[in-house]
Every structure is written in structure tokens, then in C-alpha cells.
Ligand binder design. Structure first.
Ligand SMILES: Cc1cc2nc3c(=O)[nH]c(=O)nc-3n(C[C@H](O)[C@H](O)[C@H](O)COP(=O)(O)O)c2cc1C
Length: 228
């Protein structure tokens, strides 16, 4: 049986966490998934409303969700609950987005103009990048959605850091939100709960080039202004 690793110091956790897009098929023990969910439960939220509705899928349900997304994609049917709008990115935001994509595809060995290879790489999102588990984050669309989405984003970060602290890996995936209707149907989630995004998770594949993929951050001076 796999030994559960010691929990790591925060300093290491925050630096080690990264989005992993290649996983072993080995399932994570239920008790460990529960520990992560217990830690994520401590997340703060506006007025402590705790608006996250979290569905963790494994085994046959995980496969059914993946099949439903692939089938919707084959039918070219996207049903996002929130505006998509990547074309709104410009300036430094689109520069950072393009730099991230360039690093990732370079690591995969996919060239800029290989459209079909890029499409295949993107569609790995719908197979949870091989992860045996995924966490789907639904929310009620209160307060125009923004403050609730902030709460759910905080939940997701606690979840991701807890995964890292326990020797697991994950990747947040807005792309799963394109298939909100079929995912709700498989999980029997009511339509008033909106799908913000999901997190595929499990044990990172140590042999994958994904481990060599590291995305830079803008220096402090670009994003933080100190006032005195
Ligand atoms: C809310 C959110 C949604 C994301 N959606 C996707 C996604 O759909 N597919 C994907 O491959 N990566 C997705 N990412 C991962 C980002 O590309 C990644 O976090 C970013 O490039 C920084 O890299 P790092 O997580 O390795 O530090 C998402 C990240 C966040 C925070």
C-alpha cells in the first residue's frame, strides 16, 4: 500500500504547487481525498456563506462525466454558465497567456502552427489529463456571481495547496465549464447551481515532461504597489 507522505511546510507547498497535466491511473485512497476536502472546508468566504457545492468524481462516475464532455464536444455543443470571452484579453494579459501556452506546447513538442496537435492536447482536458479524480465546483449565482466566484476560487486554492501538502497534484480547469449542462445531468445537479470550474487531481506521472513545465510570474513591481 502507498505510504501517505508527511505534510510539508507551507513555504514548500506554495512553491512546489504547479498545474500538472499528466497523472498516474493509481487512485488516491478515500481517506486522503477526505483529508483534502476537510482542509478545503476551512476556506474563508463572504459572511461565511460557504457557497461552494463540491462534487468529487472517481471511478465509473468520473468516466461518465468524461464521456459526456467528449460527446458534447463531438456535437460541438458548449453550454458555459459564465461568459467565455478569451478574446477580451489584450496587452500584458494576452502576453502572459500566450507565454504560458508557448511554454506548454514547447514542452509537449507541439509547434505553433500544428493546429490538430494543439486541439488534441486541449481535448486532454476532457479526459482529466488521465487523473483518476476530479473536483467539480458549482455555485449559486448570487450577488451577480462575482463575490461568490471569489469564494469558490479561494476554496479551490485551499484544495490545490492541500493536494500539494499531501504529495498529490492537480490542475484547475476552466475548460470543464464549457460542458456545464451534460456534467449537471450526469451528477444530477440542479440547474440553479452553476459550474465555475473543476480540478483534476491524483498522483503526478513522474516520467511526464509536464514536470519540466514551469510558468513564470510577473515580478512584484508589476503587480503590487506598496503605499506608505
Ligand atoms: C481558475 C483557473 C482555471 C484554469 N483553467 C485551465 C484549463 O482549463 N486548462 C488547463 O490546462 N489549465 C488551466 N489552468 C491552469 C493555468 O494555466 C495555470 O494555473 C497557470 O498557467 C499558472 O501555472 P501553474 O499553475 O503551474 O503555476 C487554470 C488555472 C486557474 C487558476
Amino acid at each position: 500500500m502507498r505510504k501517505v507522505p508527511q505534510v510539508k511546510p507551507f513555504h514548500d507547498v506554495v512553491r512546489e504547487r504547479r498545474s500538472v497535466r499528466s497523472f498516474l491511473a493509481t487512485p488516491v485512497p478515500d481517506a486522503l481525498i477526505r483529508s483534502v476536502a476537510e482542509e478545503a472546508r476551512q476556506t474563508p468566504s463572504n459572511s461565511n456563506i460557504q457557497p461552494w457545492h463540491v462534487h468529487i468524481v472517481s471511478g465509473a462516475t468520473r468516466n461518465a462525466v468524461s464521456r459526456a464532455m467528449l460527446s458534447a464536444e463531438a456535437d460541438d455543443t458548449h453550454t458555459p454558465d459564465f461568459p467565455w470571452g478569451y478574446d477580451e484579453l489584450s496587452g500584458k494579459y494576452s502576453d502572459r497567456q500566450m507565454a504560458q501556452a508557448a511554454t506548454y506546447y514547447q514542452m509537449l513538442g507541439v509547434s505553433r502552427d500544428a493546429r490538430e496537435d494543439r486541439r488534441i492536447a486541449v481535448l486532454r482536458n476532457l479526459e482529466f489529463f488521465g487523473a483518476p479524480h476530479a473536483c467539480l465546483l458549482f455555485m449559486p449565482n448570487l450577488y451577480g456571481g462575482v463575490r461568490v466566484a471569489a469564494d469558490v476560487g479561494m476554496y479551490a486554492q485551499t484544495f490545490l495547496l492541500s493536494l500539494t501538502a499531501h504529495g498529490l497534484s492537480g490542475v484547475p480547469q476552466t475548460m470543464l465549464g464549457l460542458y456545464a449542462d451534460p456534467i449537471r445531468e450526469v451528477l444530477d445537479v440542479p440547474s440553479e447551481l452553476k459550474l465555475l470550474f473543476g480540478i483534476s487531481f491524483g498522483y503526478a506521472d513522474p516520467d511526464s515532461p509536464a514536470h519540466r513545465h514551469r510558468v513564470d510570474r510577473a515580478p512584484l513591481a508589476e503587480t503590487v504597489t506598496f503605499h506608505r
